[in-house]
Design a protein around this ligand. Structure first.
Ligand code: SAH
Ligand code: SF4
Ligand code: F3S
Length: 550
């Protein structure tokens, strides 16, 4: 007997990897007939795609789960799922602590989610009529966690196949992508760096690089459905490296599969046969083979092993953005070592100088923009270490920088070996001091842009305009009813309804260096502008924002 249509609420926490996973999950579930809602009270199935990177990220989810307890008493058939990094890190302990959870699914097992949900829904249905207490007790939990199996080499190949199927699902069931102009595409899963403070290698497993053909095909499909900006994702994107060692059969004859090596665009035969596709090769191939991508970007860069070949490709390819997110974490060599980052601050500085030398071209309207992450209050951090971080922040001149207070994470080396000995007051003071410095830097970068023109990808009606008009941000960017950190989905490709077309309207967009620009247009033109790239002249900078006109 067919099941009645179920409604899903999916809330996402954490990084862009999770945003992408949520989009893929939403795609595969809607293809199976599930509907989505932005209101958790209206849902039959509540899913949290979670993050473990700092304790606060986990606390948010614990409080969401706590709030569901009462609801579940009156609606025992409600299905609650914890997906992503927290599921992987806490394992079944999470269910013991929170029996309200029916489904748990780690980031590496998300391709199995539809089956897990279906089982949970059926189990509940078979228990209908029992007293709520019995129904809750009897409903067996549906669990798919990979644990550390992806780190065992014997299972790496199997993990690779199962991981690949979630990303490939986008090919089969794109959701509502006709409104999306900007998309993420994964190139690498997992992380092998093991920075001593970080849970990611534990939750996301071993580093696995996706085959270039899959990545390029995915980019092509996205472009066919209207996407013009693609952001490639990986924890250390520049470590991308695909070995083409498997033989392929052509007309029954086995041939080694050839990769290609970038030799510079001046070279007519830019690629010579090679067994390896590097990050530089991948960027170049995507740029050349998918001309419909008007903007190609990537996140997150690791400050080591970022070769000149990559910088050359970025410089030679006009549609690759001049924006690099490359976290230093601290300016202190002593702490970099304790963090196991594998570079010195001098090497970091050398990298930043090299990137600027290659890519900073303000004269052609393409100033290079950098952004970073910093952890303050790492164990044993002294005033001298903190001063070194302040000097690093001054030198780096990021357009923006995320500053985090160190949060000890169970399972990491730092948690086990180095006591969290910096008082929270000191962490907070250092955090605030860096924030004030960064605000000044961001401000001065913004004022430098006044009088210049930029190509701006118009994303939608600005938040300020929505507040002014009292209108809702409509779900856009293909993320139907998906909520991220309590806000509606990223890149609100919102358009005006017939009745809202009055006066002027403030739109917002981003430059190729990821600077946010606001500009006013007659409301009648707004709908046509959203989702296109336009020339905008910056007239003034006010705090961190640029204001301009078409
Ligand atoms: N792969 C990226 C970072 C991914 S995690 C890189 O290596 O740059 C995103 C950011 O969260 C990190 O850059 C770091 O600044 C922060 N972070 C990670 N673990 C943390 C912890 N235990 N406490 C505080 N911040 C942390
Ligand atoms: Fe975490 Fe380090 Fe990997 Fe980044 S590189 S995800 S900080 S372990
Ligand atoms: Fe968080 Fe997992 Fe991303 S821990 S930062 S959601 S990889």
């Amino acid at each position: 007997m067919p099941m009645p249509t179920k409604t899903v609420y999916l809330e996402t926490f954490g990084c862009q990897m999770n945003e992408l996973d949520s989009e893929l999950i939403a795609g595969s579930l809607s293809a199976l007939g599930y509907r989505f809602t932005g209101q958790s009270e209206q849902a039959d199935i509540v899913l949290f795609n979670t993050c473990s990177v700092r304790e606060r990220a986990e606390q948010k989810v614990w409080s969401r789960l706590g709030a569901l307890k009462t609801r579940k008493k009156s609606h025992p058939d409600l299905v609650v799922g914890v997906l992503g990094c927290m599921a992987e890190r806490d394992g079944v302990d999470l269910i013991h602590r929170m029996p309200v959870v029916d489904v748990m699914c780690g980031p590496a097992e998300l391709d199995k989610l539809p089956e897990l949900i279906d089982n949970a829904v059926r189990t509940k249905a078979s228990l209908a009529g029992s007293s709520p207490e019995i129904a809750i007790r009897k409903s067996a939990s549906q669990i798919a966690l990979q644990g550390n199996s992806s780190r065992r080499s014997g299972t790496l190949a199997a993990a690779q196949d199962s991981l690949e199927s979630l990303d490939l699902s986008r090919m089969v069931s794109p959701i509502d992508t006709n409104t999306a102009r900007s998309s993420y595409v994964r190139i690498t899963r997992g992380c092998n760096k093991f920075c001593t403070y970080c849970v990611v290698p534990h939750t996301r497993g071993a580093e696995i690089h996706r085959p270039p053909t899959h990545i390029i095909d995915e980019c092509k499909r996205l472009v066919d459905s209207g996407v013009i900006e693609i952001t490639l994702l990986g924890q250390t994107v520049n470590h991308y490296r695909y070995e083409h060692d498997s033989a392929v059969s052509i007309d029954g004859v086995l041939q080694p599969q050839k990769g290609r090596t970038y030799k510079g665009s001046h070279n007519r035969d830019a690629f010579a046969g090679a067994q390896t596709t590097t990050f530089a090769d991948l960027l170049y191939q995507i740029h050349e083979q998918v001309p419909g991508i008007e903007r190609l970007r990537f996140l997150t860069s690791y400050p080591r092993d970022f070769g000149d070949d990559v910088l050359q490709v970025i410089r030679d390819c006009p549609r690759i953005c001049r924006y690099i997110h490359v976290p230093a974490q601290t300016g202190s060599n002593r702490l970099l070592k304790m963090m196991n980052r594998g570079y010195t601050i001098e090497e970091y500085d050398e990298f930043i100088d090299r990137v600027r030398a290659y890519l900073h071209q303000p004269e052609i309207g393409r100033p290079l923009m950098l952004s970073g992450d910093i952890i303050v209050g790492f164990p044993t951090e002294t005033d001298e270490d903190h001063d070194a971080t302040k000097r690093m922040l001054e030198r780096s001149r990021y357009k923006n920088c995320f500053i985090f207070k160190y949060s000890p994470r169970p399972g990491t080396v730092a948690y086990d070996k180095i006591p969290d000995d910096i008082d929270d007051k000191i962490k907070r003071a250092r955090n605030n001091e860096l924030l004030v410095m960064q605000t000044e830097i961001s401000d001065s970068i913004a004022s430098e842009q006044v009088g210049k023109s930029f190509k701006v990808l118009v994303e939608g009606i600005s938040r300020r305009e929505h507040r002014k008009r009292g209108t809702e941000i409509k779900a856009g960017s293909g993320m139907v009813g998906i909520t991220i950190d309590g806000q509606s989905a990223r890149a609100p490709v919102a358009v005006l309804d017939e009745s809202e077309i009055t006066g002027t309207v403030q739109l917002s967009g981003r430059t190729d260096g990821d600077l946010i620009v606001f500009f006013d247009v007659p409301a009648s033109e707004a709908n046509d502008l959203v989702g296109t790239i336009r020339d905008v002249r910056v007239n003034h900078a006010d705090r961190l924002a640029l204001h301009g006109s078409l």
